[in-house]
Design a binder for this molecule. Structure first.
Ligand SMILES: [Zn+2]
Length: 281
C-alpha cells in the first residue's frame, strides 16, 4: 500500500488532544488496510499501529492528486471552494493534520484532515488493541450485519428508558446511525421518534430493522460508500443527491400519498427530529 513519509500536526488538538508522537510512529510505515467501524475510519499500518479517525460534524479528508493539486473527495455539504491548481505548500485554514505519503505508483500525495468546527478526533493505537479502544469497545453491531436482528434489538430496547430516536442514535445500540438517517428510518417504519423504546411492539421493531437496512443500502448506492472514499460519515457528498422523505422538510407535505399532513420538526436531545404525526405512532 501507500507509504507515509511524514505527518504534520498544525495544532495539538481536535476535540481531544492529538497523539504528539504520531509523526514519529507513522513515518515510513505502509498502509495495510483501511476499514470502518461505526463512524470511525481505521487505517491499519504494517508497523502494528492503527490510526483511528472520527470526522465529527464538519471533518473531511482531502486527498491531493499526484501533482499535489487538490481533489476534494471528502467534501461535506458546506463545501468550501479550493483552488485545484494551488500546490499545497501552504496549508489552508482548518487543515489541521497533513499526512504526506507516496502512493503505489511512487508519486507523492497528501492526505489532509480539514475540520472547521473541530469535533473530530484522532488516535493512534496498537492494532491488536483497536477494538478495545474506549471509543470503539462499546459500539453496537453494524446495522447492515446479521447481528442487527429482531432478536437483538428487541432485547436491547426492552432495557432502554429513552425514546426510540435516542436509542437509534446511541452508538451502543447500533453503530453508525446519525441524526438524518434516524429520522428517515422512523418515518419509513411508521414509528414516532417520541415513542419510548420499551413500548415498541415486535412488528414495529421488525419494521425498524428492515427500514434501517433499506435506508442505509439506498444511501450507499446513491452517495457512494463512505468506507471507499472517506466521505463524511455524518454528512457526505452523497447528500447532495439524496432526496429525504422527512429530514429537513418541516412544514412540507408528507410523502405518503394517502396522507395530507405536514412534516413537523421537534428538538430531541438538542438535535432536530422530523416526522409526520399522522403516519407515525
Ligand atoms: Zn404522513
Amino acid at each position: 500500500g501507500s507509504k507515509f513519509l511524514d505527518v504534520i500536526l498544525n495544532r495539538s488538538n481536535l476535540r481531544w488532544p492529538l497523539p504528539s508522537d504520531m509523526p514519529k510512529r507513522l513515518k515510513f510505515s505502509l498502509v495495510k488496510k483501511v476499514s470502518r467501524r461505526g463512524k470511525y475510519i481505521l487505517i491499519e499500518m504494517d508497523n502494528l499501529n492503527t490510526l483511528i479517525i472520527h470526522l465529527g460534524m464538519t471533518g473531511r479528508i482531502i486527498i491531493t492528486k499526484d501533482d499535489l493539486s487538490q481533489e476534494d473527495v471528502g467534501a461535506f455539504y458546506h463545501n468550501t471552494a479550493r483552488n485545484s491548481k494551488t500546490l499545497t505548500k501552504v496549508w489552508e485554514k482548518h487543515d489541521h493534520v497533513v499526512f504526506k505519503f507516496v502512493n503505489m505508483k511512487g508519486k507523492e500525495q497528501n492526505l489532509i484532515y480539514n475540520d472547521i468546527r473541530r469535533f473530530g478526533a484522532m488516535d493512534l493505537v496498537k492494532s491488536e488493541a483497536v477494538l478495545s479502544h474506549k471509543w470503539l469497545r462499546n459500539l453496537g453491531p453494524e446495522p447492515l450485519s446479521s447481528e442487527f436482528s429482531l432478536k437483538y434489538l428487541e432485547k436491547r430496547l426492552l432495557r432502554k428508558k429513552n425514546t426510540i430516536k435516542a436509542a437509534l442514535m446511541s452508538q451502543e445500540v447500533v453503530a453508525g446511525i446519525g441524526n438524518i438517517y434516524a429520522s428517515e428510518i422512523l418515518w419509513k417504519s411508521r414509528v414516532s421518534p417520541l415513542r419510548l423504546s420499551d413500548t415498541l411492539r415486535r412488528i414495529e421493531i421488525n419494521r425498524i430493522i428492515k427500514e434501517t437496512k433499506n435506508v442505509l443500502n439506498n444511501a450507499i448506492l446513491k452517495g457512494g460508500s463512505s468506507l471507499k472514499d472517506f466521505r463524511n460519515t455524518s454528512g457526505g457528498m452523497g447528500y447532495f443527491q439524496m432526496h429525504f422523505s422527512v429530514y429537513d422538510r418541516e412544514k412540507e407535505s408528507c410523502k405518503n400519498k394517502k396522507c395530507s399532513n405536514k412534516i413537523q420538526r421537534i428538538i430531541q436531545s438538542g438535535r432536530s427530529s422530523f416526522f409526520c404525526n399522522n403516519c407515525q405512532h
